[in-house]
Design a protein around this ligand. Structure first.
Ligand code: URA
Length: 207
């Protein structure tokens, strides 16, 4: 299932990120803010249980998070900005990292780094990559998570291309996708159009 978070605040911040005049500092801040807003939606179905506690006025039963613990997993490097932001909302979450590069011969993603919480199989996993473009990296990262035992995975991206969504739906139909927008298409260089450019370069000020 794909959820497009069409809230006006999300759309406004995304438009600012798209603007080529937006500099590194503001781009980073917007990416972090958008990540929180996407997480709010992605975590809408977290379970809660009533807990007994006393307010300053009366005792009562009030909902607290229960159920599986959480893991945030960043696809390096651009996914880091998202997990760094979201961990502020869910400070008890464990954080994993997956690094992938594209083999120049086969064009397939190859993992060069994989560090996941040991108990990932028992956790609800939120995988982050700001740009779901071809879907190759995200699909490979989800396969790594599944190989490690993860059974509950949501993919959070700021922007997606229809091509990337189709790949995830084909390879991992059990994985929900949460995005701020689905753009028109990928260009010949694999960039999302209209897009926002290279998210990693714009977050880290590289080129
Ligand atoms: N990665 C990016 O950072 N931007 C795109 O448009 C596609 C992939």
């Amino acid at each position: 299932m794909v959820t497009v978070v069409s809230h006006p605040l999300v759309q406004h911040k995304l438009s600012l990120m798209r603007d080529e005049r937006t500099g590194v500092k503001e781009f980073r801040e917007l990416a972090a803010e958008l990540s929180l807003l996407l997480a709010y939606e992605a975590m809408r179905d977290l379970e809660t249980e009533p807990q007994t506690l006393n307010t300053p006025l009366v005792p009562g039963e009030f909902p607290m998070l229960s159920g599986k613990k959480l893991a945030l997993v960043a696809i390096l490097r651009a996914g880091l900005i998202m997990t760094d932001a979201i961990v502020q909302l869910v400070p008890a979450a464990k954080v994993g990292h997956i690094g992938l590069y594209r083999d120049p011969q086969t064009l397939l993603p190859v993992a060069y780094y994989n560090k996941l919480p040991a108990d990932i199989a028992e956790r609800r996993v939120f995988l982050t990559d700001p740009m779901l473009a071809t879907g190759g990296s995200a699909s490979a990262a989800i396969s790594s998570l599944k190989d490690a035992g993860a059974a509950s995975i949501k993919l959070m991206s700021i922007l997606a291309a229809p091509e990337g969504i189709a790949v995830i739906e084909r390879d991992h139909p059990d994985v929900d996708i949460i995005v701020a927008a689905v753009d028109s298409h990928l260009n010949d260089h694999g960039y999302i159009v209209p897009g926002l450019g290279d998210a990693g370069d714009r977050i880290y000020g590289t080129k």
